[in-house]
Design a protein around this ligand. Structure first.
Ligand code: SAH
Ligand code: SF4
Ligand code: F3S
Length: 476
């Protein structure tokens, strides 16, 4: 280990500890040494995982560009490569291992610093493995240590040693880190960091720390600035937006925050993710009140069985979940409701799985993300002895997907031959003449059109449907 400087290594135990939240308004400082080094050098970022990671990558871009690096679309031209990782399921981690392996050839060829950041860096086992097996990774830094990046890079360059800086359980919120947003019309805005729920299968509270709410005035100022810059859409982010404000000195609810931000007159406003335990029906009332809040609710179910929900530590039962869905559908008949479901939680019985199918039938989802349970080392569920075979899990997963697809396809029919406002996201990867965008309720739609429409609002008539998206024609 002589060639590794280890400042701190992650600790799942420390990650569980609650710290007082401290908001840091200081600016980062860049040394002359670093700005000279970065002259004419380029960076490249791989981002995995959820929106929280995408937002963190925008902060990394901000820091890299403040140092003096320029972006590059071509990895072979980059001198600074960052992999921003996700640890939520095993397959996400395997992808990263493949990527790191593939980068070895670049390291041998030229002056490249390879950085591994994000949620995988927060796992004890993973960091040990990375230090031992992937000797070409130069810097490993944790999700709470982004602001220290310039110092770590300088240390690595000056010593030519690998540097590890992963602190678990930070209470800091950095308000003034630079950022370069990926889009000029859609923006993610964090409202909380971390998660306090500790669902027994989930690694996120360990990788992101305890829940910290940003001050309402900081969030509102950020949103106001985005409106001023001409952004058309803001998505408020939190692992559990509904518990926003519970840790603030002066209590402040998510419903109130949503109401305040909607008043700033952003064209479209949405939020991710809602948790049925903390969800307040006031949120639906605020959504109904403001035309600019998207009629879109992502409400993870995880399981439809009360006993499984209890062992998962979700803190709600099927009755509570359905009462939210019923109220929401009654108040907002056109609401788009999507969900997350885990199949094959340890020892999930056939009857328990059937209870999930039953709930899916009642909820009549418009969209869904389904996952096969993945064991996360260090979580309580990882210690459970699981008697269910992988074959059974795959069979159930297919059955659930079939049912969801049927329901979604049936729900899709209501859009046929109607015209909707679409915010155009991008040109399709497979067809340069095709555009892809999102309707008022976040439903994805593809249609032919010129690339000049990217970032603009257009009218599109739905001509046919597909399970995961609609197909339409632009209406002039
Ligand atoms: N905070 C959000 C999202 C967390 S991660 C929430 O609570 O809903 C996104 C989704 O990944 C979760 O909703 C869950 O369905 C899934 N997930 C989390 N841990 C998992 C695991 N160990 N195995 C399989 N899926 C998992
Ligand atoms: Fe994970 Fe549960 Fe927190 Fe969501 S609410 S991030 S599933 S612990
Ligand atoms: Fe993955 Fe971390 Fe997000 S584990 S889902 S990138 S919070």
């Amino acid at each position: 280990m002589a060639n590794v400087i280890i400042h701190h290594c992650p600790s799942l135990k420390l990650a569980r500890e609650r710290k007082t939240t401290i908001t840091d308004y200081s600016l980062i400082k860049i040394s002359k040494f670093l700005s000279c080094y970065a002259k004419n050098k380029r960076y490249f970022i791989y981002t995995h995982g959820c929106q929280a990671n995408y937002r963190d990558s925008e902060i990394y871009k901000g820091i890299f560009e403040e140092i003096g690096f320029k972006p590059s679309n071509d990895i072979s031209r980059a001198n600074l490569i960052l992999i921003n990782t996700c640890a939520v399921r095993e397959n996400a981690e395997n992808k990263v291992f493949g990527e790191i392996g593939n980068l070895k050839y670049l390291k041998n060829k030229k002056d490249v610093t390879l950085v591994l950041a994000g949620c995988m860096a927060m796992e004890e086992v993973m960091v040990n493995e990375l230090i031992k097996t992937f000797k070409h990774v130069d810097i490993i830094l944790g999700t709470h240590d982004i602001a220290k990046f310039p110092d770590l890079l300088e240390e690595h360059l000056k010593t030519n040693k690998r540097v590890v800086e992963v602190n678990s359980g930070s209470g800091y919120i950095h308000e003034r880190l630079p950022s370069v947003r990926d889009s000029s019309f859609k923006a993610f805005v964090n409202i909380t960091y971390g998660c306090d729920k500790f669902c027994t299968y989930c690694i996120v509270p360990y990788t992101r720390g305890r829940e910290r709410s940003r001050n309402p005035k900081d969030i509102i100022n950020e949103c106001r600035e985005l409106v001023k810059q001409g952004y058309l859409e803001i998505t408020l982010l939190g692992q559990n937006v509904d518990s926003y404000g519970k840790d603030l000195k002066k209590q402040y609810s998510f419903a109130k925050l949503l109401d305040e931000i909607a008043k700033l007159k952003i064209h479209r406003l949405s939020f991710l993710t809602s948790h049925p335990y903390d969800f307040s029906l006031d949120i639906i009332k605020v959504m109904k009140k403001h035309k600019n809040i998207q009629p879109y609710l992502h409400l993870p179910l995880q399981s439809g069985d009360d006993k499984v929900l209890k062992i998962m530590g979700r803190k709600y039962d099927s009755k509570k979940y359905l009462s939210i869905i019923k109220f929401a559908r009654k108040e907002m008949p056109n609401l788009f409701i999507s969900t997350d479901i885990i199949v094959g939680f340890p020892n999930e019985s056939d009857v328990q799985f059937k209870n999930t199918l039953k709930m899916v039938k009642v909820a009549q989802y418009d969209g869904a993300f389904t996952f096969i349970y993945s064991k996360r080392s260090g979580t309580p569920a990882a210690k459970m002895v699981d008697k269910i075979s992988n074959q059974t899990k795959v069979k159930r997963f297919k059955e659930l997907t079939r049912l969801l697809n049927q329901i979604i396809e049936k729900n899709n029919q209501k859009y046929l031959n109607k015209t909707f406002e679409v915010l155009v996201d991008s040109v399709s990867k497979n067809n340069p003449k095709a555009l892809t965008g999102r309707m008022h309720n976040n439903k994805m739609i593809n249609f032919n059109g010129d690339k000049k429409y990217v970032g603009r609002l257009v009218k599109v008539k739905v001509t046919s449907t597909h399970i995961h998206y609609l197909i339409g024609e632009m209406v002039k």
